[in-house]
Design a protein around this ligand. Structure first.
Ligand code: PMP
Length: 404
């Protein structure tokens, strides 16, 4: 038996290495700023109170079991989840030309969508923002896509969005290219697009016949409002695009390890009769990959979405999280400015969502890990939720030292 190590990028190796390096650093001052997960003011994981209650009730119920969830998911889940992103009055849902399937979280949704396109359509090129969540590339490549490309997104000089570059790259993309678009709280840059910019993107994509694949990993964590964050997707539906949308409850409901997501496909009017065949193709891909999705997460999400009071509690938690992010961003910027750390730190408060793209260099990031036990991705991405009153000063002072 012999194996050939191939197709594994340096970025992928680096990401895996730094995650393990942090996990194995037992120093009392170690701070893990890598994973995109919520931490409360004390740096601890948090279960939303209504989730905790529902989970307890569910597990204590005499009807609770661990039966399989057959292939594409639980029916109430597949009915309740797509309207969260498409809106209750979405014409595509009303006319039966959009449908969603339950997936193994956002990653599973992206992967099933990618594989369906790669196997059963003529699409063979995908575009990711530069930079993007580092897993996107392997999801689409392992899903069967042949050509991986990028569109410009981050301007390192401006420390902000390169919108002209983005539009130009989309304008030069080949027809039928799949464009992966993050709806809000962009990972890793935190640079979100304005409504006017989304309109311009829609214009170019319609002109160039490009296919949008929306990644809605942080719905509710961009603005603090689920509806507001869904706007780009709803706008594209209104403009008549066909599209895939990947949703997840990892971040916005804190159900990280429950692996609960949704893949929604919106088709043009008149294509309703193709849906059974599409579902069959998806079923075969699912069965070949993991047979069927998970139960506990979908039962929880169903219980939340069926109950207006739980929905309100959920919104309240999202607003609290968004507020916490705003405060910690401001506190970090103020601290760096007060220390006189060289460079401009405006971008820290301009960015949205849980990540800050600090603009620290790879060397500075390595220095922070080695000397201060502060771990972030090598591209300088920091989970802002990992910063709190107890470690913020130390973090700012360490950054100051690294930059000097
Ligand atoms: N998309 C983006 C942009 C992400 O950042 C993540 C998680 N880091 C995901 C999708 C998928 O997350 P999950 O599989 O936990 O839903």
């Amino acid at each position: 038996l012999s194996f050939t190590v191939s197709g594994i990028t340096e970025t992928e190796k680096d990401t895996i290495a730094v995650c393990y390096q942090c996990m194995n650093d037992k120093h009392p001052n170690t701070v893990d700023l890598i994973p995109g997960a919520y931490r409360d003011e004390n740096g601890k994981p948090w279960v939303m109170p209504f989730i905790h209650k529902l989970e307890k009730e569910m597990l204590e119920s005499p009807n609770w079991n661990h039966e399989y969830v057959i292939f594409l998911g639980l029916d109430p889940y597949m009915t309740l989840v797509p309207p969260l992103i498409l809106g209750d009055n979405c014409p595509a849902l009303k006319t039966g030309r959009a449908f969603g399937i339950q997936t193994v979280s956002g990653t599973g949704a992206l992967r099933i969508g990618a594989e369906l396109l790669a196997r059963h359509s003529k699409f063979n090129t995908f575009y990711l923002s530069d930079p993007t969540w580092d897993t996107h590339d392997i999801i689409f490549s392992y899903g069967g896509f042949k050509n991986s490309r990028t569109y410009r997104y981050w301007d390192p000089v401006k420390r902000g969005l390169n919108f002209e570059g983005l539009l130009e790259d989309l304008d030069n993309a080949p027809e039928n290219a799949v464009i992966v678009l993050q709806i809000c709280a962009h990972n890793p840059t935190g640079c979100d697009l304005t409504r006017d910019q989304w309109i311009q993107i829609a214009d170019v994509m319609q002109k160039r016949k490009l296919f949008p694949f929306f990644d809605a990993a942080y719905q509710g964590l961009g603005s603090g409002d689920l509806e507001e964050d869904a706007w780009p997707v709803r706008y594209f539906v209104q403009r008549g695009f066909e599209m895939f949308i990947a949703q997840t409850f990892s971040k916005n409901m804190g159900l990280y390890s429950d692996r609960i997501g949704c893949l929604t496909l919106v088709l043009n009017d008149g294509r309703q009769q193709e849906i059974p065949a599409l579902k069959l193709m998806m079923t075969v891909i699912v069965r070949a990959m993991y047979l069927c999705p998970t139960r506990i997460g979908s039962e929880l999400v169903i219980k939340v979405l069926q109950n207006p009071q739980h929905c309100e509690e959920w919104q309240k938690c999202l607003r609290k999280m968004a507020e916490q992010l705003k405060e910690v961003r401001q506190a970090l910027k103020d601290r760096l400015v007060k220390l006189g750390t060289p460079g401009s730190w405006e971008h820290i408060t301009e960015q949205k969502g849980m990540f800050s793209f600090t603009a620290l260099t790879r060397k500075q990031v390595a220095y922070l890990a080695e000397k201060y036990h502060l771990y972030m991705l090598l591209n300088g991405r920091v989970n802002m939720f990992a910063l709190n009153n107890k470690n913020l000063n130390r973090f700012a002072e360490a950054v100051h030292d690294a930059v000097l």
